[in-house]
Design a binder for this molecule. Structure first.
Ligand code: SF4
Length: 382
């Protein structure tokens, strides 16, 4: 019998019920403490986004020194990325929402990496045309969240390779094959693209330091499953004369079916809310989503529901109830049985439709500058 306490978290596999406290010990990361959040609250002029106050980001590496540096006049930059295997779903927006908040509140630059090469290497069913197509589509979706064209730069791997390669070769020389093999559990049959990809994924973390010829700190908000990638980056940073990137880790967002995390890889289209889902499909998926409700209305009125296991509550918590007052009211009335799941879903469907309409309009604007944000030349000849 498998141990019910067992869980697996790697960049390519998530299994079991994750114990995030144990994961902090296993990965050797640090807890995101109230003191650290208070420091950020102060730097941001008295505001924090819900994803930080509601416990969705919970762990970090070296966030304290990064914030101290910022307070002393040493700005940092943000780095996040996307492997384009298909349309984005709602939980893909989590890290970009947080990056956008940082950019708006602290005025810091954002670097986005689109790894069309890695998705081609790791998904045998995808063609090059598909990974490039989805790379551009995903990029427009991300920029449409509201990033500032003057402060946002994109590494689209196959289009930016001339810019990235001079730094990638220096990075690659520092990473032993044995480290990549151990971190990612590569089998002998793995194609060699996987091996070099770690060097390319590291480039954006060092780029501003390389381009500006001085040490520029980096902050990477990511799912905790991506921590192993960036452990390798951190291991080699100082050997190349660059600062170790700081990391801010989120918990995984549950899927609509209530099992595991929201994912495009699990072949469960009904588990995720995709940004290109038409309105009727959004409604159908949310109506069928797993909740923490009871078997009958009478029971729910009497016993209340359980928000912590509900996929609808997870969407309110992460994105669709930005006001704390509204979120607390949803949670309270869910628990007390005053709010029924049908009504709660109807309200969320309306909220999601409004977001999709606004996002479609924002996409049109983002298309006008997406290509020009792609970095195509190195900062200097090497
Ligand atoms: S009332 Fe809403 S939050 Fe509570 S269990 Fe039902 S759907 Fe989930």
């Amino acid at each position: 019998m498998p141990d019910p306490e067992e869980f697996v978290v790697t960049p390519y596999e998530i299994k079991g019920k994750i114990d995030y406290g144990r994961l902090i010990e296993q990965f050797g990361t640090q807890e995101l403490t109230p003191e650290l959040l208070a420091k950020l609250h102060h730097l941001a002029g008295g505001e924090l986004p819900p994803v930080l106050t509601r416990g969705i980001y919970y762990s970090h590496r070296d966030l304290g020194p990064l914030l101290d540096g910022y307070a002393n006049g040493r700005p940092f930059f943000l780095y996040s990325g996307r492997g384009p295997s298909g349309p984005l779903h709602i939980s893909h927006l989590l890290h970009f929402d947080l990056c956008l908040w940082f950019q708006k509140r602290l005025g810091v630059p954002m670097y986005i990496q689109i790894t069309d090469d890695e998705k081609f290497w790791s998904r045998p069913t995808l063609s090059r045309e598909e990974t490039v197509h989805w790379g551009l589509e995903n990029l427009v979706d991300l920029l449409a969240l509201g990033f500032d064209p003057k402060r946002t730069h994109v590494f689209f791997d196959s289009k930016s390779i001339a810019a990235m390669y001079p730094l990638a070769v220096r990075v690659a020389r520092k990473i032993p094959y044995s480290s990549v093999k151990a971190v990612f559990g590569l089998q002998p049959s793995a194609n060699i693209g996987w091996v070099f990809f770690t060097a390319l994924q590291t480039v954006p973390a060092f780029w501003p330091s390389w381009a500006e010829g001085r040490s520029v700190p980096c902050l990477i908000p990511c799912g905790v499953d991506q921590d192993p990638h960036f452990r390798l980056t951190r291991d080699i940073a100082e050997g190349l004369g660059y600062p170790k990137p700081a990391l801010l880790h989120s918990k995984m967002v549950p899927g609509l079916l209530g099992e595991g995390v929201m994912s495009t890889t699990a072949n469960r289209a009904d588990d995720a809310l995709f940004l290109n889902d038409p309105p009727r499909e959004v409604e159908r998926k949310l109506r069928n989503a797993f909740t923490g409700g009871r078997a009958t209305v009478e029971e729910q009125r009497r016993l209340g529901a359980v928000p912590e296991i509900c996929s609808i509550w997870a969407l309110w918590r992460t994105r669709f109830a930005p006001s704390d007052r509204e979120f607390e009211e949803i949670t309270r009335t869910c628990r007390s049985g005053e709010l029924l799941c049908g009504d709660c879903k109807a309200k969320l469907i309306e909220r999601v439709h409004t977001f999709y309409d606004e996002h479609a309009a924002a996409r049109e604007k983002a298309k006008s500058w997406a290509e020009s944000a792609i970095v195509t030349a190195p900062p200097k000849a090497l």
